[in-house]
Design a binder for this molecule. Sequence first.
Ligand code: BGC
Length: 788
Amino acid sequence: MLKKTLISSSIIALTLVLGSVQSQLGQNTLPQLGKNTIKEIIAAMTIEEKANLLVGMGFNVNIPGVPSPSEADKKLAEKVVGAAGRTHPIPRLGIPSLTLSDGPAGVRISPIRNGDTSKTYYATGFPIATLLASSWDTDLVTRVGAAQGSEVRDYGIDILLAPAMNIHRNPLGGRNFEYYSEDPLIAGKMAAAFVRGIQSNGVGTSIKHFAANNQEFNRMQSNSVVSERALREIYLRGFEIAVKESQPWTVMSSYNLINGTYASQSKELLTSVLREEWGFKGFVMTDWFGGNNPVDQMRAGNDLLMPGLVPQAQAIVKAVADGTLAREQVDANVERVLNIILLSPSFRNGPYSNQPDLTGNAQIARQTATEGMVLLKNDNNALPLATNTKVALFGNASYDLIAGGTGSGDVNKKYVVSLDQGLAGAGFGLDETLKQKYNRFIADQKAKRPKPAPFMMPAPIAEAPIENERLKQLANDKDVALFTIGRNSGEFADRHVENDFNLSTTEHALLEDITNAFHAKGKKVIVVLNIGGPIEVNTWRSLADAVLLAWQPGQEGGNSIADVLSGKVNPSGKLATTFPISYSDVPSAKTFPGRELSGVTLMLTNPFGNKPAEAVYDEGIFVGYRYYNSFGIKPAYDFGYGLSYTTFSYGPLKVSSNKFNDKVTASISVQNTGKVPGKEVVQLYVSAPQQKLTKPASELKAFAKTRLLKPAETQTVSWVITARELASFDTASSSWIAEGGTYTLNIATSPSDVKRSAKVELEKDLVVEKTKKVLVPPAGFKDLQRTR
Ligand code: BGC
C-alpha cells in the first residue's frame, strides 16, 4: 500500500514537473489538474468556476423553502445513486466531481438504481459507534474502518461522512448512537483509529460535527453557550486528538452556533484553532444546509458548502465583485479543496468494482459487535447458556432487531439477523408458536402506524402482550426466559424521558410477569438491551438474573448476541458512557436540550422549521463520570464498568519515577485468574491536586485492551504519561497548565473502583501550551465549579 502510494505520488510529482515545463513552453494553454501546479489551475479558473467548486451540486429533493439545483446540475448523471452529495466538476481544467456519502455505521447509498433489481448496491451495516467505543479497542476500530473504507472505495465514493464524534453530553441526545462516548479521550482515540482504517483505502473521511453539537432540538439554529475551558477540555479535545493523530481529509462543521457564532462561520474555530493551532491540512465542509452566510463561511475557512445552493455561489461571486470578499480568500478555499481532490479516487479515475466484499465484511461486523457488548449483570453465572438450552424468547426487538439508528447514520443493508435467527443458528431451542405470534403482531402494528415524515424515525410500537397462562406454560416447557428491550432514535429528534429513557408501563409489567412465572419454576431471566444510548435500569434490574447490553449491533446482530450468550465469545466491553440511576441525576438534565428564543431571526431561510434556541452548558467540564464521581452521585452503572465470564487480577502499578519531569512511564501486569480465556480493558485515571483550577475527582488519561488471555496468562501494558495529560485549561491565561503538586495515577475498573495507585510529584507549575483567546462566552457566564 505504502509502496503504491509512493509510486503514485512520484508519478504525480513527475507529471507536475512535466506539466509546468509544457505550459512554460506555451504548449498547453489550458492547465490540467495534476499536470500543472495548483496555482496555475487557480489562475485559470473564472470566479464563477471557483464559486461552483466551493458550493456543492445541490440536493435534488423537493424541500419547501430550499432552492433547487441549477438545471445544468440536475442533468448531470449521478455517479453513485443515493450518495449524500457531490462537488461540481470543471472538466476543462481536469477537475473531477467528488462524491460524498454517509455515514458512521456503513456506506449509505441507494441499494437499487433506477428500479433495476438485477444488480444491487447494498452496504454492510456495522455496529454503531457507541458499541465500537465500548470495545475500548482502537485496533479493532481501525479494522472496522478499513472494512468500511473498502466499500467506500469499491463503490467509487471519495469521502465518507464519518466518523461522528460529538460528546454524549446527555443520554437523550438523539444521535448519541452515532457518537462514541462522554469522554473526549475515548472519542478522539476511536475517531483517529477509524479514520486511519478508512483512509488506508485511499479514500477520505469527514470528522463531524465540529463542534459542541450535542442535541437535535432546533439543531440548525441553536446556540451552544459554553465556557472556553469546557470547550477546550471536553468538546474540542476529541477533535484535536483525531486531527493530530490521523489527519482526516476533511472536517464537517456543525449546524449550531457556539457562543453566538455559527460553527461554520467561526474563523476562531475553523482557522485559529483547527488550522493554526492543530495543524489541520484538509478542507472544511458545512453540514447539510448549515449556517446562513456563505461569505462569512469562506472567510471563516469553511471551504465547501454542502449540499450547495445556487444563491450561495451567487453570493460569493457578488462579494468578490464588490470587494467585500477578498479574491485571495477564495483562492485559499479553492486550493484546499483542490489539494484533497488530487488525493481522491475520482481524480485517479481508476475503475471500481461496485462489488464490495459483503460476505467478508459481514464477518467483521459480526465479530466486532461481540467485542463492544457489555455484560452489566450476571448473578450466579446465569450466563453463558449451553447451546442446547430451551429459550422462551420475549420482546419485539428479539424478532425485529434494531441494527442501528435512523437518519443519515442508517445503512441500506441487505439483511438484519434477528435474535431468534441468531439463537436458532447457534443451536438454541426456541418456541415456534411464540415466534409466529411476535412476527404477526409486529407486522400488524407496523402496517397500522402512521407513515413518518420524510427522514424521521417511525413511531416505536408497544410491546406485544403475553397472557399469564401462556407465560406459565412457557416457564414449564423452557429452561430460561430471554427478554429483549429495544430503543431507537435518529436525526432531527432527541429522545424522551417517558417510554424511552424510562421503561414503559407495559415493558415493566411484562418483565415482572416473565420473572414471576420463570422464577416460580426456579428458572432464570436474562434481559438483552438492544439500545443506542443509556436507559433507566435501577427500578427493574433486580428482576433479571443477567443483563447483556448488546447496543445496536449492526446487521449480524442476532449472531453476535448469540455468540456472547453462548460463551463462544467472552464479553469484554466496558461502558464508555455512564448509566445514571435516574434522568434527574444527569448534570445537564435541567438545561438539555435548551429553550427556544423569541423575537430572534438567525437564518434567512428556515427550511426545516428550526427555531432560534439556546443550550446553556452550565455543567461546564463536569460531563458524565467527571460529574458523578466528583459530586458523589452514584450511577446505576459506572463509566468503565463491564463484567466478564472470567476474572482478572492486577500486579503492582510501576512508575518510572515519582518525580515528574517531562514524562513518566506507567506499567502494570494483568492476569486472567478465571477459568476461560478473556480480554481485560486496563484504564488509567489521574487525580490532580486541587490548586487554582477546579479539577474533576479523576479523569481517564490512558487505556489499553489486552489480547485474549488464557487462564493464568499475564500481559503487561504500559503508557507514557506526558505533561499534557496532567494539564487543565486555564481560561485566565488561555493556556494548558499542569499545576505543581501530587498527582495520583489510578488503575481502576471505573473512576470509583480503584485497583492500584502510584503517586507522582510535579515540583512547580508547567505551562504546557499557550493558545489563542477564542470562542469566548457572553460576559458573566459561569459554569459549575467544584468546591474544595
Ligand atoms: C447530517 C450529517 C450528514 C449530512 C449528509 C446531515 O443532516 O447532520 O451528519 O452527513 O446530513 O447526509
